[in-house]
Unconditional design. Sequence first.
Length: 256
Amino acid sequence: MVNPSESNLANEAKFRGLIENSIQGVMIQRDRKILFTNQAYAEMRGFNSPEELVGVDVLDLTDPSEHPVMKDRQRRRSRGEDVETNFEALARRRDGSRLWVDCVVSRVDWDGEPATQVTNVDITARKEAEAELALYRAELESRVEARTRDLVGKNCILPIVGRKLVIVADEYADPEKGSGAVKITPAHDFNDFEVGRRHDLEMISIFDREARINENAPEAYQGLDRFEARERIVVDMEAAGLLVTIDEHTHMVPYG
């Protein structure tokens, strides 16, 4: 018969072996004091060995901006409330520099008593890339907005059809695609419908129930199947000198 205490010790030894060799940073703490880390965690935080971290307050390795959130989680956990177990946090290295980490928290037994295991993955590069992309997009949107500001509220003519269209500004347009301006069809696309509703645009459907062109389109295309009409319109656009280029474009077409 196996002694339960011996079995627990064997399981704990096996557990230690697994996390010591993990490429992810793993730390065990109780009452905010670090009991154990693996080498990956130590190196992530700028230490030479795990032993240097034993006894360190976890708040010392966390950016001060995160302290109120950490303390709140600890209070809620002590009251038995559900607390998020996977989140991103701003941490600190030994030299005071900051890094972003993805955290996964779980309860474990350590030396026969309850403790908290925190697994970290360094996501600093990803967060910096996201921040840089956000700045780039904001700058691009600002330039597009400045370039098109005087056009908003004015009208343009839809080629072939001759219908007058109103020009609106909306966050749905992607400034990274083409000129940053896009013609929308509120009656034919879910996203365009929402834009049309925001700006009180007319909802014009050009298809009947068999997807043939109806009376809302020029007479030359009425009754044509949508694919045949598409080819005819391309020919007419080229003939009128209105077509610059045709590019292959993969996109998602919603239906409902």
